[in-house]
Design a binder for this molecule. Structure first.
Ligand SMILES: Nc1ncnc2c1ncn2[C@@H]1O[C@H](COP(=O)(O)OP(=O)(O)OP(=O)(O)O)[C@@H](O)[C@H]1O
Length: 250
């Protein structure tokens, strides 16, 4: 049976290529992600990691290849259709509303089908409030529900943005360097948070901190020059001479 017809994977990327003026930032890339898996993508600067996330979420259009999410082809969809299909993305810098409270940031993200102002005006149902409180608990911000987001620590802002994604219930969450700039304690808590989230969601995470990678990853994909250099468990990848040569040894 060809892998092309396999329906067990939540995400199947095959032959994915993107060319920027002839330069292939992602070059004939194939990988498969299981449901409830945490897949971590590592690799040197410029390896194509962020570009892969950009391709999956529709921000960048593929030159060639396919991205199937639950067997639905994403390369033909627009960014907002991919969000609707169940793919959520968090960028490196938190994009939260600094003047609003934690509660209000989560409320705005609640999938009500309205824009920012419509969301604020719509009556807070008990169901919405309960969901916001539940999410705030998961992201360690129960005590800060009515704190203005601007006053949170950098790490807490990152958690809030993860919460803003979670409240939309995406099946697949993509996080770009979620622990960058976090303290050791915040990193530890984030590892716990991500393992907890993986019980209900699938995740693709770009990360450089190998200790954190080992704590969260089910499987690691190592990219180099737009291609896969190695793939497997964190232990296997860490011991791979090719990976040590181009990435870990530096
Ligand atoms: N829109 C674009 N136009 C031209 N070149 C691009 C574009 N986006 C990315 N690139 C190039 O593609 C390559 C891969 O970039 P990408 O940001 O995906 O790497 P990365 O692995 O995420 O690196 P880093 O760890 O530095 O974030 C780089 O050489 C980059 O300059």
């Amino acid at each position: 049976m060809s892998q092309g017809s396999n329906t067990d994977f939540i995400l199947a990327v095959e032959g994915l290529t993107v060319s920027f003026d002839g330069f292939k930032a992602v070059n004939d890339l194939s990988f498969y992600v299981d449901q409830n898996e945490i897949r971590v993508i590592i690799g040197p600067n410029g390896a194509g990691k962020t570009t892969v996330l950009d391709l999956i979420c529709g921000r960048t259009k593929a030159t060639d290849g396919s991205i199937r999410f639950r067997n639905r082809e994403l390369t033909r969809l627009k960014e907002h259709q991919i969000v609707k299909a169940g793919v959520g993305r968090k960028f490196q810098n938190p994009s939260i509303y600094p003047d609003l409270t934690v509660f209000e940031n989560l409320e705005i993200s609640y999938p009500s089908g309205r824009g920012v102002f419509g969301s604020l005006a719509f009556k807070r149902s008990a169901e919405v409030v309960a969901r916001i409180e539940e999410i705030a608990g998961r992201i360690f911000l129960s005590e800060h529900l009515h704190t203005q987001a601007d006053l949170l620590s950098h790490g807490q802002k990152q958690w809030l943005e993860i919460g803003m994604l979670l409240i939309q219930k995406p099946e697949l969450l993509m996080l770009d360097e979620p622990v960058a700039g976090m303290s050791v304690n915040e990193r530890r808590q984030t590892a716990v948070l991500l393992r907890e989230i993986a019980k209900e969601h699938t995740m693709i995470v770009i990360e450089h901190d190998m200790q954190f990678v080992a704590e969260i990853a089910d499987k690691v994909t190592v990219l180099h020059q737009g291609r896969i250099l190695a793939e497997g468990s964190p232990e296997k990848v860490k011991a791979d001479p090719k990976v040590i040569e181009v990435y870990l040894g530096h």
